[in-house]
Ligand binder design. Structure first.
Ligand code: AMP
Ligand code: GLY
Length: 611
């Protein structure tokens, strides 16, 4: 059978790679493809928005399965065109594709299907939108209704920012027709994850959870991108929760679209936010995510052609989808300037060396072959993907491979997977972070090590990280929200000088906050002590001793708090305490003996003198 893959990104290289390994596939065509697809498929120069051209290609090449990578051809009706010609197509029809093509359509379907999502309004009139924003107050999210290449979403922290976004989209028309209608919704707080399912219109088969990294730089800072890396599974959505999550966000959508006469066939991608009150849907995509597709296909241990044909024909069964138990992690290597403007045509080195590492696959995105050499031709250039038995191992392997590739000015995030690792202090047992240890500065690490050592000794899953109340207030706020949503019970905050970290955390959580003042200035720690201890009523910070002594005791006190509802930990604490006894008894015996000897010696001397 011949297969046609539409698209030209890293996702499409992964699709071509997987499909080309299938023994039932004679030829994979990629339209238009990239430098990577060219190695495992035959690139054909037909653009992904040329529906007639794609259809003519499929007919000319006797294609038995059309696989659509990006959303635009689906919204433009490629699946409808294939249906007219009786060519099996993996992807929904144009009506169902509005789930991604129109945010207003998606929100209405979610509301009608009873899917949890942020409260929203839909506006065709800028003045009505302004009135809504002013009466509602910030934070709000303003979204252009139509496709805007991932750029039509503004998370507005203030009313002014929301008004500016309305102006941008509806008056200045920055996104053209896509912004003529907008959706305004409440901003949700929490950690995001992607949950994808193969669908045949009625039935679905779940893929494991994944997590994207949308911001350009480490610590989720910088501009929004198409995605700078992804991994699967995402501990924020563990396997034990897949079935109930699918009932919440996959099944109701399939049911509603079938009622509307357009059963959804293809892969349905739910973008979820794990809030304090449970998962909520931020968006639906009607295709694989890019880069989520790369780690997901690395894990897929099943016949993808069979699955896709079953989706198209309405005979999918959940057992068709099997995945390897390992974690896969993908790091995107991007061109300098991305997601803004960037240079092209730079030669890429080290591809073969990176690919040769075991468990590693380099998926190419913005690349093309020129005179037998790979050169850059896009913003996201490579998706370096690795399998590991744990998330930490997959991360280490992927970055080992990243170190081998390069081109002028390339950049990548160094923290792909860290959120999952923080949750999975013990990746094998998937235990959640129970105690968060925050330091205001990297220079505090040495003083706070005894805290981490004590928590580790007591076998308490913890996160040990740097965040500043003054320099990174947003990061601090995000960490508190995410960790609390993930089940973190106690926050330990260490800082020197104007030590506001503990107070800033206490303002954002009702979990106990423990402060450790550090001596980091000529005032010898009195400054940090007073800044930490003197909190307003309702926002207590349990303040411990200065420096290492406080660091150790903060861990102990955190353990005692956890032990209130953890009898096994309470027993461990008793045991640890009991171990102090022999040490103290030994020391006491030594001191007593030395004293006895001293006295005997003195008496001896006195006796001799008396004689
Ligand atoms: P969307 O295209 O709707 O997924 O929006 C892109 C990104 O904007 C999401 O991945 C989130 O990071 C953010 N976002 C969208 N909607 C919301 C919301 N209601 N609250 C907070 N962040 C949001
Ligand atoms: N990685 C997010 C997306 O493909 O939309």
């Amino acid at each position: 059978m011949n297969v046609l893959v539409i698209g030209s990104g890293g996702r499409e290289h992964a699709l071509c790679w997987k499909l080309s390994k299938n023994p039932g596939v004679d030829k994979v065509l990629a339209a238009p493809g990239n430098g990577g697809t060219n190695e495992v498929a035959q690139n054909v120069d037909v653009k992904d928005d040329d529906i007639e051209g794609l259809l003519a290609l499929a007919k000319a090449e006797n294609v038995g399965l059309v696989v659509v990578g990006p959303e635009a051809p689906l919204v433009a009706g490629i699946a409808d065109a294939c249906a007219r010609e009786n060519i099996p197509c993996f992807g929904p029809d144009a009506f169902a594709a509005q789930l991604e093509g129109s945010k207003a359509f998606a929100k209405n379907v979610m509301r009608d299907a009873g899917v949890p999502t942020a409260p929203f309004g839909v506006f065709d009139d800028a003045e009505e939108a302004r009135v809504y924003v002013k009466s509602h107050g910030a934070p709000l999210v303003v979204k252009a209704d139509g496709l805007a290449a991932g750029k039509g979403v503004v998370v507005a922290k203030t009313v002014e920012e929301a008004l500016e976004a309305i102006d941008d989209m509806m008056v200045k028309k920055s996104f053209g027709a896509a912004g003529a209608r907008i959706v305004i919704e409440d901003a949700l707080m929490g950690e995001e994850a992607s949950f994808l399912a193969f669908c045949d219109g009625v039935n679905f088969a779940l893929l494991p959870s994944a997590q994207d990294h949308k911001a350009a730089f480490d610590g989720d800072t910088g501009p929004n991108t198409g995605g700078m890396g992804a991994y699967s599974p995402a501990p924020v959505l563990p396997e034990s929760k897949y079935a109930e999550t699918a009932e919440l966000c996959i099944r109701p959508i399939l049911k509603r679209l079938a009622e509307l006469g357009h059963p959804f066939k293809g892969v349905l991608y739910a973008g979820l936010m794990f809030t304090k009150s449970g998962p909520m849907v931020l968006e639906y995509n009607v295709r694989f995510g890019d880069p989520e597709c790369q780690p997901l296909l690395m894990r897929l241990d099943a016949d993808l052609v069979q699955i896709m044909l079953a989706c198209a024909a309405g005979r999918l069964t959940p057992d068709m989808v099997r995945v390897r138990p390992e974690t896969a992690l993908c790091v995107v290597v991007a061109a300098p300037g991305y997601p803004g403007s960037y240079p092209k045509g730079m030669e890429i080195s080290g591809l073969a060396e990176a690919d040769a590492l075991s468990g590693v696959k380099v998926f190419q995105a913005g690349t093309k072959a020129v005179d037998g050499k790979a050169v850059t031709s896009g913003g996201r250039v490579l998706g370096v993907t690795a399998l590991g038995s744990t998330l930490a191992e997959a991360k280490a392997k992927a970055y080992e491979a990243v170190a081998k590739v390069g081109f002028d000015g390339c950049f990548f995030r160094r923290d792909i997977g860290d959120k999952g690792i923080a949750r999975n202090y013990n990746p094998k047992e998937k235990t959640m972070t129970k105690v968060a240890v925050f330091m205001g500065s990297a220079s505090d690490e040495d003083l706070m090590k005894p805290c981490a050592e004590t928590l580790a000794k007591l076998d308490i899953p913890y996160l040990f990280t740097v965040t500043s109340a003054h320099r990174t207030p947003e990061r601090t706020e995000r960490l508190v929200t995410e960790l609390e949503a993930a089940g973190c019970q106690v926050f330990i905050c260490a800082a020197g000088m104007a030590a506001h970290l503990a107070g800033a955390v206490a303002a954002r959580t009702t979990k106990p906050v423990l402060g450790v003042p550090l001596a980091a200035s000529p005032l010898g720690g009195m400054d940090a002590l007073l800044a930490t201890v003197q909190m307003p009523p309702g926002f207590p910070v349990g303040t411990l001793a200065l420096d290492k002594a406080g660091a150790k005791n903060a861990a102990w006190l955190a353990a005692q708090i956890l032990a209130l509802s953890d009898p096994a930990l309470a027993l461990r604490l008793k045991k640890e305490r009991a171990e102090f006894l022999p040490a103290v008894e030994k020391a006491a015996a030594a001191v007593e003996q030395a004293d006895a000897e001293r006295r005997a010696h003195k008496k001896d001397k006195k006796d001799k003198k008396d004689k």
